[in-house]
Write a protein that binds this ligand. Structure first.
Ligand SMILES: Cc1cc2nc3c(=O)[nH]c(=O)nc-3n(C[C@H](O)[C@H](O)[C@H](O)COP(=O)(O)OP(=O)(O)OC[C@H]3O[C@@H](n4cnc5c(N)ncnc54)[C@H](O)[C@@H]3O)c2cc1C
Length: 368
């Protein structure tokens, strides 16, 4: 029997990972997208802007997120074992929390509580290891995801499995994707991996941007990641400060910020200064060796950047739906979007789940 044809819309980390898993499952796959990994970066395409690392966000309030992150950690670990050239790296991570440590079940199901279940080398920090103002913390081995190399790697892997690519202009609706090439009219199902684009394409008004500003500095001697989070205080909103080394380029990503519903694509100098100040306090060794003890202006800045996380009220949308094509045909759709600040670290778990939904829809075992 010939393979069934599936059309994926979107070529970010979610669309490419889903395309790969669909090909591995034996489907014929086309990806239609406006933006591709090798294009110059634009604000409409989130994936190239991410740090990124795998530091799970899941808590007891969202065990599905925890499961997607756990599956992805296992898949990425396996990729590194099988092919050391994959642009993923194990590295040490230190996490500090200014807020009091939860107790009992709340502690077990907290972010660090769930991380302690599967991250290698996990240990709670001793009181003498905590900087001023920090209540508790942990150290463990996490995964660095070198996004500038990882996205092109995913595209190469997708093509090497026989996946086809179709560049398009900005689509006005999901069904328009079928008209991008005559061969796509045969598609049996569409997988929607359009990130922030889902806001207008579905349309889904629950999708909105969470703006993240970054400062990228050259500091090849930094091999360990850091995160410090603090609650909102009278004088400032909640902060989370992070340092993500990119070992392949010798740069380090400094963050962060999370501004809900802010579409501004331009890095602001005040926020950049705040990020540099927080990061330098967290890791004074970010300064070049001949400038140790110096000030933020001594950092070797490569780029100020902004990305828009595709957040969705109600969380990830990973479910079966349908749409009516311009020929009046009902086409099954698997939605796979709404990944906010965790699209990389959930990517393989969510792709496996999307493929299972495709299988159910095409074998007639879904409840649609
Ligand atoms: C500053 C920052 C730091 C981050 N750090 C991390 C991290 O450490 N770990 C982590 O896991 N995640 C992190 N993220 C989040 C992660 O980057 C996103 O969750 C992820 O990139 C979302 O991927 P996506 O494929 O859903 O969307 P996108 O990457 O935006 O891809 C969407 C695709 O759909 C296409 N598309 C959309 N609309 C249309 C249209 N109308 N017509 C045609 N094509 C369309 C686009 O062209 C593109 O190909 C971070 C994000 C930011 C901004």
């Amino acid at each position: 029997m010939p393979a069934e044809q599936v059309l994926v819309v979107g070529a970010g980390v979610i669309g490419l990972s889903t395309g790969i898993r669909l090909l591995e499952a034996g489907y014929e796959v086309d990806i239609v997208a406006r933006d591709w990994p090798d294009d110059p970066k634009t604000i409409d395409f989130t994936s190239p802007w991410a740090g990124a690392h795998h530091v799970a966000y899941g808590t007891g309030a969202d065990m599905r997120l925890h499961e997607l992150e756990r599956t992805t950690f296992a898949a990425m670990s396996d990729m590194m074992r099988k092919d050391p050239s994959v642009p993923l790296h194990f590295a040490s991570q230190v996490e500090y929390r200014e807020q009091p440590r939860p107790t009992g079940k709340d502690d077990e199901l907290s972010q660090l509580g769930l991380i302690s279940r599967y991250y290698p080398d996990f240990r709670w920090l001793e009181p003498h290891e905590l900087p001023d103002g920090v209540s508790y913390g942990a150290a463990f081995t996490h995964i660095l995801i070198e996004t500038p190399a990882y996205l092109p790697y995913l595209l190469r892997r997708y093509k090497s499995l026989g996946g086809r690519t179709r560049r398009c202009r900005s689509l006005r609706s999901l069904s328009d994707a079928l008209a991008v090439h005559p061969a796509l009219a045969r598609a049996k199902l569409l997988v929607n991996c359009t990130g922030l684009g889902a806001r207008t394409l579905v349309p889904d008004p629950a999708v909105y941007p969470t703006r993240g500003q970054l400062v990228i500095v050259r500091a090849p001697w930094i091999k360990q990641g850091y995160m410090r989070s603090g609650p909102a205080r009278e004088e400032r909103p909640a902060t989370y400060t992070y340092i993500i080394p990119r070992v392949e380029s010798g740069t380090v990503v400094l963050g962060g910020s999370a501004e809900k519903n802010n579409w501004d694509p331009t890095p602001g100098p005040e926020l950049a200064k705040d990020i540099k100040t927080r990061c330098l306090a967290l890791c004074p060794d970010l300064l070049p060796p001949d400038k140790r003890g110096g000030i933020i202006d001594d950092l070797d800045v490569v780029e100020d950047a902004v990305g828009l996380r595709p957040t969705r009220d109600g969380g990830i949308r990973l479910e079966l739906d349908s749409l009516e094509t311009s020929q009046g045909r009902q086409l099954p759709v698997v939605h796979n979007y709404g990944y906010g600040g965790y699209g990389y670290q959930t990517s393989w778990g969510s792709s496996d789940a999307a493929v299972e939904l495709v299988r159910q829809a095409l074998s007639g075992t879904s409840k649609l």
